[in-house]
Design a protein around this ligand. Sequence first.
Ligand code: WQD
Length: 340
Amino acid sequence: MRTILVTGGAGYIGSHTLVELLQNTNYRVISLDNFSNSLEKTYDRIKKISPRPLETLALDLCDKTRLYEALGRIGQIDGIIHFAAYKSVPESMKEPLLYYHNNLSSLNNLLSYANDNGINHFIFSSSCSVYGNADDLPVTEESPLKKAESPYGHTKQVGEDMISFFCKSNPSFNAVLLRYFNPVGAHMSGLLGELPLNRPNNLVPIITQTAVGKNALTVFGTDYPTRDGSCIRDYIHVSDIADAHVRALHFLMEGKNASNCKVYNLGTGNGVTVLEAIASFEKVTGRTLSYGIGDRRGGDVIAIYANNTLAKKELNWVPRFGIDDMMLSAWKWQQNLELE
Ligand code: WQD
């Protein structure tokens, strides 16, 4: 049985990917997380959805000594899916050094361990933020990477370069870089979803918390050069993102990658404005959302959405859910959280 290590497995996208791995593959699955932005009880939620055993390690990837000791005890690892990183655009604007240290030291330690232990299949959680304020939309994987608008986006650009140069120096190492657009929504069972530990920064959890009276949504700017003045994003269901990871893993493990460092956009290809996202939530829930209009938020790009034809072609990946499904699943999850 081949062994897959998932770092950040207790997190939002990591937990949904663990479910897909446990339900749809025969790999031995191990999750590593330090719970800096997640809850250990997420593993209980995963186990309710997927019966297969899930092994877990509580560990900070920035602690190289402990990392080597812990991973050395679990035997040969055949592949790594690396999610563990801080991910808030506004938080990174306030705490750049925290982001550079956490996101890049952890990656460097993990690549070092892979290099020292013959692990040759690696999937990296990257982001559409590497494109910055793109000139032409939709962006393809060949689109130029503009200057990152935030330290968060910069850590993803640097992370991609670290892996790309490592692949150049080590032809037997195979990596896939997955550039997520805006992951939103929750597992269709309603048993798993985004669990912001503090006040969330991302739009969709703020929408659902506002709907239950736990937050107050402000639209950050309606004076952008877009069809309704608010920013455009490519919202993609988290389960579609998780499905792409399983497909990328098979792609690597079966040696289907023509080169040893491949990049894929994971988006629906549909740009949705903030106001349209709010309208979708109101439509599917039948609720009217109260929100204010505020100033633009530092670090935001005006518009970004994907050309996803390469992932469709090479990973045989097709996003299944639209914005209404995403909003409804997010709302169902928020309602279940209220019952806990
Ligand atoms: C979306 C839009 C805000 C909150 C995300 C993730 C990042 C990466 C890229 C994957 C923006 C607006 C938000 C609010 C608002 N994903 N907004 N009021 O910044 O696009 O980045 O996708 O790796 O991890 O953070 O997402 O949800 O914060 O913002 O008006 O209260 O919603 O201005 O236009 P963002 P977001």
